[in-house]
Design a protein around this ligand. Sequence first.
Ligand SMILES: [Zn+2]
Ligand SMILES: [Zn+2]
Length: 221
Amino acid sequence: MTEASGVPTIKFKVDCPYCGGKYDAMKASWCNCLSKDRTLKCPHCEECFCKAPVADRNRFWAGAPPELKERRRLQGLEKTAPFQNPPPETIRRPMVLIVDDDRLLHSIATRIIERLGYGVAVAQDGVEGLALAQQYRPELVLTDAMMPKLDGREMGRLIKNDPDLKNTHVVVITSLYTDSRYKHEALSQFQADEYLSKPIDARQLQDVVKRHVTRQGTAGR
Ligand SMILES: [Zn+2]
Ligand SMILES: [Zn+2]
């Protein structure tokens, strides 16, 4: 693939750990993983390296030109407009409620879910998540585990114990509680329907939404 516009003069040739192809990281695009620290996509196989071992990622960034490090810093701070929740009466059904305090994640996840043809609303923390779940009655709640005010796992448990929301599926996404012990705890004690480790990429998000939303979306692609 050749990209002519705005080509930087600095090059940072790297080997893709997945397909072995060489590419210039300065020209690569950022991935769409639901992570605060996204990485670059290999132009040959489209794989990013978010799931590479931490030591490998650190080595990559340690060797990166200052310009690329700066771009990494800026994309992490990228100011995205807050997502506006449609009113419950007009929101497209079925719908997904996303509970996370990361605005960048809201912007990526809402776009992906809307493209699947589902409605989507977002909440910033567990308290708001619970209130919006009662208001919107979503088919699926996707929540971060660690959140201010009310832990996402505990919020999920409260949702599951609300008779009005008993059919709502709850999927907990986490970067911290990745140990199988926590996974078991989340599924049993907190009654989560599924437990996913961060980072999750766009394809995984699409899959998890389709798995848990009762009716497949007909709009979009
Ligand atoms: Zn590759
Ligand atoms: Zn990624």
